[in-house]
Design a protein around this ligand. Structure first.
Ligand code: TYD
Ligand code: MG
Length: 452
């Protein structure tokens, strides 16, 4: 046995250092450095062909032969769309999400419905547990093999025997390789096992789908570098209280990250929701005045939020203004613009503004929805729940363009909205959308279209 070597890893960013420190030098997080046993000698990883021995030669860009990526259809439209048209051969995809959101269910369902030979490796559940789940889902594929194993060397041995065309790993945090002595789930194990699987995928052109746990901040647990190593990072998210689940691509080397897939968790597995407006219609009972839907961005991802405003005559001398989730100064500015530029007398009114769901939004693109909610409450006229807004409001009462407008339009369309109110100064490149665009230049115009 070779000498045991240890090193220190930051559990937050995966940085490696020679000694322990209280604060990570790379990401500046405190108390995240942990000592892990590593041993780099006698590597026995996936090594099969001579393919890797072929020499790489530099080529001029016009000499490079383009062969269209071969894609495997998963028979799951939502997933295929998010991936950009199916699983690319030799690609490694990482699926992250909260515990219990349905990651294992989704991948088992795909493993059972795909026509290729699948090896489903689980380190989390026993074969009979998986069988019970498969019976619930009830779409049996005799060419799907189930293996419960966590050692990558043994997994590769099985792969050599069964020669699968598609490999599913549930989950990367349970795997370990013999070449390193750290415990499963540790930063160095996650990095090494992923590297072995990537090597396997590239050499055999087999697509690999990995499940990844997420930490309490919502990031995939493990080194940040994991997300750089794989080709596609998918995020499965949703509200524990609702049956709807959203699948998004955070990173995709073979397609766009603007697409999203919607599923509903039923007693017999995940159902694809191809007509998303059904979600919205079921939530609304009455048309209430004072609410408007805004399209905002959370990081790079579009997100629909509901804004509620209450405008009432002030009982005391000084009117009250209060906000939850929105900047109070910005509300005061918007009220001043409405008073000065559009002639609404709100000076003697109390104004309360609330962003539902308890989130804080800084994105100026929700301004127009704030204006719409305030005016709707002031006039006591409801705005249709199928209308959403994305535009900034300027001091002159002008409706200004916002960033990533195409993504916002596509998201709104996908979520079933019918009308999208935005600035006429946006440069919209998306052509084939079916959602109705209302492009306005001034607050008065927006008001006229809404309450005409
Ligand atoms: P699971 O796929 O185990 O989640 P993850 O792998 O992301 O931790 O799914 C967990 C939940 O899904 C579980 O609480 C029960 C529910 N579920 C259904 O509602 N219907 C089903 O058919 C299945 C298989 C699970
Ligand atoms: Mg699971």
């Amino acid at each position: 046995m070779a000498k045991v070597k240890t090193s220190f890893f930051c559990q937050n960013c995966g940085a490696q250092s020679a000694k322990w420190t209280g604060q990570c030098n790379t990401c500046n997080e405190w108390n995240t450095i942990v000592e892990e046993v590593i041993q780099k000698e006698e590597k026995r990883v996936w090594k099969q062909s001579t393919a890797s021995k072929t020499k790489a030669v530099p080529l001029r860009i016009d000499e490079i032969q383009l062969n269209p990526e071969e894609r495997i259809q998963t028979n799951n439209n939502e997933l295929d769309t998010v991936l950009g048209g199916g699983l690319v051969k030799g690609s490694v995809t990482l699926l992250g999400g909260e515990p219990g959101i349905g990651k294992s269910t989704l991948l088992l369902q795909i493993a059972l419905s795909i026509s290729q030979k699948v090896l489903y490796v689980s380190g989390e559940e026993s074969q009979s547990q998986i069988k019970m789940r498969a019976d619930r889902i009830d779409s049996s594929n005799s060419s799907c093999l189930i293996l419960t194993e966590t050692n990558t060397q043994k997994i590769f041995k099985n792969i050599e025997d069964v020669q699968p065309e598609f490999l599913v790993i549930d989950s990367i945090q349970t795997l370990y390789t013999d070449t390193i002595e750290a415990s499963p789930g540790s930063i160095s194990q996650i990095r090494e096992t992923t590297a072995e699987l990537i090597k396997f995928a590239k050499e055999t052109e087999t697509p690999v789908l990995l499940i990844g746990h997420i930490n309490k901040e919502g990031q995939i647990a493990g080194p940040k570098i994991l997300e750089h190593m794989v080709d596609v990072v998918l995020q499965f998210e949703g509200d524990q209280n609702h049956a709807y689940r959203i699948l998004r691509a955070q990173k995709n080397r073979f397609g766009s990250t603007a697409e999203l897939g919607i599923y509903e968790m039923l007693s017999d597995g995940l159902r694809e929701v191809s007509n998303p407006s059904e979600i919205l219609i079921s939530k609304k009972d009455d048309d209430l005045s004072g609410t408007a839907i805004a399209s905002t961005l959370e990081g790079i991802r579009p997100l629909m939020i509901e804004i509620q405003a209450l405008v009432s005559t002030a009982v005391y001398g000084t009117p009250q203004r209060s906000t939850t989730g929105y900047n109070l100064k910005r509300l005061n500015m918007i009220l001043a613009v409405l008073e000065k530029r559009a002639g609404f007398k709100l000076g003697a009114k109390d104004v309360f503004l609330n962003i539902t769901g308890g989130i804080n939004v800084d994105d100026p693109a929700i301004d127009l929805a704030v204006v719409a909610a305030i005016l709707s409450s002031n006039q006591d006229i409801a705005i249709s729940p199928h209308v959403c807004f994305a535009a900034e409001v300027g001091l002159a009462g002008e409706i200004r363009p916002v960033s990533k407008i195409d993504q916002r339009i596509l998201e709104a369309e996908k979520l079933g909205y019918k009308t999208f109110v935005t600035s006429k100064y946006n440069k919209i490149t998306t052509k084939n959308h079916t959602i109705k665009l209302v492009e306005v230049g001034k607050i008065e115009e927006a008001f006229a279209t809404l309450f005409a």
